[in-house]
Design a protein around this ligand. Structure first.
Ligand SMILES: [Fe+2]
Length: 261
């Protein structure tokens, strides 16, 4: 039983859904998402919020987005989705219009009991790496400035930090310095950065700001610090983050997805 003053956040990422029944790397992303949702219904149905940090689909196909929506609608808590480099903004918008801002980007704020969740769109069509144009940076600065004294939690698909995995570092957030410049004036209120893209559980700090990334619910990326040009797929157990937030601490657990239950 969690304490009543604790905010419980679920962090999912990198679903990489293909149309139902279509395999990817010998795996079935649709079945793995189904197992993930079933796990959550048993173990974490009491969560306050679920955020999915992109790569909802592998090829941006509408059929895959419909399956993502169908699966996530089984969850009882509010669920907010973002896009990653494997997504297609037009197809995404056709299935998740409520997640798109009037300016066309998939960014939004969610004000919760724990503070302000800022979901930032780092997708750049045609690029595996992430970008932040001046429109998005201005949007971010405005959302930070208007949030008063509230704690802030930032969500992106692309990591704003290099982690030592050569191929993934080559396609991380290319405008991470600009992001840091936008964040640092508010550093006292920014409590955590959450991201996906790496398909690995990782944590650390950058300029004193704590961050964490989670495994994909689909395939993983090998812990390989030497291969330069490819991201070696691995078949480690998929997972997601279970985050406890209170006024004093943030604790990130990495839950494994069980094959069936
Ligand atoms: Fe991914």
């Amino acid at each position: 039983m969690r304490r009543p003053d604790m905010f419980k956040l679920l962090h999912l990422s990198d679903l990489h859904l293909t149309p139902p029944g279509v395999a990817l790397h010998g795996l079935r992303p649709d079945m793995q998402l189904e197992c993930c949702v079933s796990d959550i219904l048993v173990d974490h149905a009491d969560a306050d919020l679920c955020v999915v940090t992109g790569d909802l689909t592998h090829d941006g196909l509408p059929l895959a987005y419909h399956e993502v929506r169908r699966q996530l609608m089984r969850l009882p808590m509010p669920v907010h989705v973002m896009i990653g480099n494997h997504d297609d903004r037009t197809a995404f918008r056709s299935v998740f219009p409520e997640a798109c801002a009037a300016d066309g980007f998939v960014h939004q704020v969610i004000d919760t009991d724990a503070g302000r969740m800022v979901l930032l769109d780092t997708h750049e069509p045609g690029s595996a790496g992430g970008r932040l144009c001046e429109v998005r940076l201005a949007w971010l600065r405005a959302r930070l400035a208007e949030s008063g004294s509230d704690p802030v939690y930032l969500f992106t698909h692309h990591p704003p930090v290099r982690v030592g995995l050569q191929r993934m570092d080559a396609i991380c957030l290319r405008d991470a310095e600009a992001l840091m410049a936008a964040l640092l004036p508010f550093r006292e209120r920014i409590r955590h950065l959450f991201f996906g893209h790496l398909h690995r559980a990782v944590s650390g700090t950058r300029r004193g700001l704590p961050f964490s990334g989670v495994r994909g619910t689909s395939h993983q990326i090998a812990l390989d610090f030497t291969t330069p040009h490819v991201a070696p797929v691995s078949f480690e157990t998929p997972g997601y983050g279970v985050v406890f937030i209170d006024t004093d601490s943030i604790v990130v657990h990495h839950a494994e997805i069980k094959p069936q239950r």
